[in-house]
Write a protein that binds this ligand. Structure first.
Ligand SMILES: NC(=O)c1ccc[n+]([C@@H]2O[C@H](COP(=O)([O-])OP(=O)(O)OC[C@H]3O[C@@H](n4cnc5c(N)ncnc54)[C@H](O)[C@@H]3O)[C@@H](O)[C@H]2O)c1
Ligand SMILES: O=P(O)(O)OC[C@@H](O)[C@@H](O)[C@H](O)[C@H](O)CO
Length: 386
């Protein structure tokens, strides 16, 4: 069985690659990072180390790599022969890889008509659906119809904290023990890929929203508030009492939004929240606040982890989501010269002010009630600054 995985980064190697190996796939990683690709081809294996007391290690074998910049034809060939395609490149890169995937699918169509599923494993709602749209932009009308019959783009939710790595071994990756990979069964074409650790569900929406609006909403608190307070890692931030209060409040607000939308069991949801807070406090993981805060413009988007649960909370309860608003305020204050979106966000604020910038990145209507709540919190968080 052959898997082609775009993005040999943290989640690609640390999560998707390890589950594919355990399901007996040979995984060909496609990436633009030549050093990683060369190392994958040289070593043909790498270690995944669990961030826990015993540091259990899995050696992932049957792997190789292709540099998509220098060897796009090899990627096309790999897609022709693939049994599954997965991605973990980041939401903004899906459009970038879509043309090469389209070329691969066109070549495949000429050589065989076996069904194939392409699963985007990104932190976003409708990742595979977006990739499908982007791939379709490179196809003719006729190709779109015939491709629809055999190429599935099931949406997915993936959950495993994989921090940036600082190992001497370029390929080794340290991951938290917990993981969850949920895939939309109804969009699968042909036989369902048999991968231990994948849960198939008929409707992904409740799963991806529960994950994004709990794990990622929660994570944004130690990231943005933590950075604002001067902390470098999630762990350090999580040990601060203010951060703990804000995260509990924010997850109560997003929890209420989720419970009222999907009728989740209140007690089970609280258990889910508590477990997530414990995961952020895992002493064996060192995760930089800048990794978790990366891409603040994306994270302040209308359907992402902060604005969407805050708007739903306002709608369903009529109350102010002030913990989420505090986190949104601290995201607006996020500064990092190494992060293109953070630099752009600060430029927008300098040129247009907070209110207009928030409206623009979050696509909130002028006069949306969330805006004044966030503006008030921008003042309130000043007391947190050390
Ligand atoms: N790290 C986590 O804890 C985690 C957990 C769940 C989901 N995710 C999601 O997984 C995705 C990847 O995150 P990550 O943490 O692994 O990031 P990462 O930066 O470690 O990995 C991304 C990889 O994509 C590669 N890439 C960039 N442009 C490319 C291109 N044009 N073609 C092929 N490869 C390209 C990069 O070189 C890098 O190796 C994101 O959507 C993220 O939200 C991450
Ligand atoms: O990957 P992002 O940038 O969308 O979000 C940063 C982190 O919250 C995220 O990577 C988590 O570690 C992950 O989603 C846990 O499953």
């Amino acid at each position: 069985m052959l898997a082609v995985h775009f993005g040999a980064g943290n989640i690609g190697r640390g999560f998707i690659g390890s589950l594919l190996y355990q399901a007996n796939y040979h995984t060909t990683f496609v990436d633009v990072n030549d050093a990683v690709i060369q190392e994958l081809n040289e070593k043909q294996q790498y270690n995944v180390v669990l961030a826990s007391e015993n540091s259990e290690t899995l050696t992932v074998k049957n792997v190789s790599g292709i540099n998509s910049i220098t060897d796009p034809d090899k990627v096309v060939e790999a897609i022709v022969n693939a049994d599954i395609i997965t991605t973990a490149v980041g939401p903004n890169i899906l459009a970038v890889i879509s043309e090469l995937i389209a070329k691969g699918l066109q070549a495949r169509m000429k050589s065989n008509q076996h069904p194939l599923n392409i699963i985007a494993c990104e932190n976003m709602i409708g990742g595979s659906s977006l990739l499908k749209e982007k791939v379709a932009e490179h196809l003719t009308e006729e190709e779109r119809t015939s491709f629809d019959a055999i190429f599935g783009f099931p949406d997915a939710a993936v959950d495993r904290i994989v921090p940036n790595q600082a190992n001497d071994d370029l390929l080794e990756v340290s991951v938290e023990p917990y993981y969850e990979w949920v895939v939309e069964e109804t969009a699968i074409k042909g036989a369902k890929p048999s991968i231990d650790g994948v849960t198939y569900v008929a409707d992904l929406k409740p799963y991806i929203e529960r994950k994004l609006f709990t794990v990622n909403t929660g994570h944004a608190v130690p990231a943005y508030i933590g950075r604002y307070m001067g902390y470098a890692t999630i762990n350090e931030a999580m040990n601060d009492q203010h951060v703990q209060e804000i995260i509990k409040g924010a997850l109560t607000e997003s929890g209420e939004a989720l419970i009222q939308t999907y009728q989740f069991d209140r007690e089970e949801h609280q258990t889910y929240i508590n477990k997530i807070i414990q995961r952020f406090m895992n002493p064996y993981i060192s995760d930089e606040v800048t990794r978790v805060a990366r891409g603040p413009i994306r994270k302040l988007g209308p359907n992402d982890r902060l604005i969407r649960p805050a708007s739903i909370y306002l709608d369903v309860t009529g109350k102010e989501p002030f913990h989420l608003a505090k986190t949104i305020a601290s995201a607006l204050e996020y500064e990092n010269e190494q992060d293109e979106e953070a630099v752009k966000l600060q430029q927008m604020i300098t040129e247009d002010g907070y209110e207009k910038t928030l409206q623009s990145v979050s696509e909130l209507d002028v006069g949306h009630p969330l805006i004044p709540i966030v503006l008030t919190e921008l003042e309130m968080i000043k007391s947190l600054k050390k």
